[in-house]
Design a protein around this ligand. Structure first.
Ligand code: F0G
Length: 457
């Protein structure tokens, strides 16, 4: 008999989580104005809101915390982080920032001007908002297959070369750079192939453009390349990572994902000139260039996390758990983005709740139902998150209305995944009876989903 799959780690410390009654949850979600961000964490049993900053650090990372150097300037922790970035990712220059969007803020302060167009593959919401905040535009050049959850394409994060070249040709003077998100969060944690990255590099060179990687889940991207792309089966994750980043001039990183830390980020660069320009904004917004909003101990844990996060056995355990949940949902006939992504399962709320109009926020309604059913917190990736069009102020309805179930790294067991699967199945069985969605009562002008107040429609 073949031995079954098992985790590549064992547990040294645990944290208690709390169950609640449906009655309690009905009260709490009402008080939270049907916004899952407004719940207290102890009102949640299984928290799949995000895989960002929610991972369990390893014993090696915790050890590194004790070795942190908290000197204001020139701390040894800065050099530990610098060496890890150079070693694993191959960038000579870097600036620490407190998280990923801070890296975007600093970099875009140098590169993005009013009226610019920034092509890429389904920009993440903070990336898009930092572009739109500067009165520039994000242009989505993702392949069409990504927007049909029933198609199983191995690299749904890929850029369509025809779409990209059209933008580059028609708006040549307005484009400061191309940004590629690996893996592509917004299309479902979907990877980008090396072949596609090389194509993007070639087009960027043809039109004289910089390539930026939004790298939050770069290691999961490399894992998928190893499994799915011809010629990469025998390469190590770190070899693939180096090959991926050889196509980029700059990287921004939310280290809260694949570097498995609770807080932290950075910008990696090859150009000394860009480094010097960005340093000014880093000092202004984040802190001196050798800490940029991070404490020394966190820089140490981040450096160690880059090594932990690029181990094949860890990635295999991690991605297989996400796949396990996805497969269970598919067994029940629940519509999910296929193939299953690296960090999350994305439930297709349009197909799950076809009786609900899009104006009543299908994915958010499903997220609330899941919370009521079992105290599980997912997140809406749909019309709420899409915000309003910055010019017309009309609601934007994206091609996909998704409920994202993001799995924190090294945190939950597959028993938790079973609870999530059964809870969703129970809702799926009574989906016909869900005919009332939600309406907005109060919203912010940008990134409204974090603070929006909703009520039953
Ligand atoms: N880029 C991507 C692809 C992301 O997924 C995120 C964050 C960021 C940038 C911004 O990084 O949060 O450190 O400022 N994603 C989280 C999520 C919030 O839940 O997907 P940050």
């Amino acid at each position: 008999m073949n031995l079954p799959f098992a985790e590549s780690y064992k547990i040294k410390m645990v944290e208690t989580i709390h169950k609640s009654t449906r009655k309690e949850r009905e009260q709490w979600i009402k008080e939270a104005h049907y916004n899952l961000f407004s719940l207290k964490s102890d009102q949640v049993f299984i928290d799949l809101l995000t895989d960002s900053g929610t991972g369990a650090m390893s014993d090696k990372q915790w050890s590194e915390l004790m070795l942190g150097d908290e000197s204001y300037a020139g701390a040894s922790s800065y050099f530990k982080m610098k060496n890890a970035i150079q070693d694993i990712l191959g960038f000579e220059y870097f600036l620490p920032t407190h998280q990923g969007r801070a890296a975007e803020n600093v970099l875009f302060s140098v590169l993005v001007k009013e009226g610019n167009l920034i092509p890429g593959n389904s920009h993440f919401d903070t990336t898009k908002s930092h572009i739109e905040f500067r009165k520039a535009f994000a242009v989505d050049c993702t392949i069409d297959e990504a927007f049909d959850t029933t198609i199983s394409h191995p690299f749904k994060g890929n850029v369509d070369p025809v779409k990209l070249e059209k933008v580059l040709k028609e708006n040549h003077d307005k484009i400061p750079f191309i940004i590629i998100t690996v893996t592509c969060n917004s299309s479902g944690g979907q990877p980008v192939s090396i072949e596609n990255l090389k194509m993007i590099r070639k087009l960027a060179d043809k039109y004289g453009k910089i390539v930026v990687f939004d790298s939050a889940r770069f290691a999961e991207n490399a894992y998928f390349i190893k499994l799915r792309e011809k010629g990469y089966q025998d390469k190590s994750i770190r070899e693939i990572v180096r090959e991926m980043f050889s196509c980029a001039d700059v990287m921004t990183m939310s280290a809260k994902k694949d570097a498995i830390v609770n807080m932290g980020g950075f910008i990696g660069m090859r150009s000394k000139e860009l480094f010097e320009q960005a340093s000014m904004f880093n000092i202004l917004f984040e802190g001196y260039v050798t800490y940029g909003g991070m404490s020394g101990r966190d820089m140490n844990a981040l450096a160690q996390g880059l090594y932990d996060g690029t181990e094949f056995d860890y990635l295999d355990t991690r991605v297989k758990q996400v796949e396990y949940l996805g497969n269970r949902l598919m067994e029940f006939g629940i519509p999910v983005q296929q193939p299953i992504g690296g960090h999350a399962v994305f439930v297709d709320a349009k197909r799950f709740l076809p009786n609900l109009p899009k104006e009543e926020f299908q994915a958010q309604t499903l997220a609330i139902e899941l919370y009521l059913e079992a105290g599980i917190r997912g997140v809406e990736i749909g019309a709420l998150l899409a915000d309003r069009d910055p010019i017309t102020r009309e609601n934007r309805y994206p091609a996909l209305e998704l409920l994202r179930l993001a799995i924190p790294r090294r945190v939950y067991t597959n028993n938790h995944m079973d609870v999530v699967a059964i809870a969703l199945k129970n809702i799926y069985d009574r989906r016909e009876s869900i005919t009332r969605g939600l309406k907005i009562v109060k919203e912010a002008a940008i990134l409204r989903h974090f603070t929006v107040s909703l009520d039953l429609a």
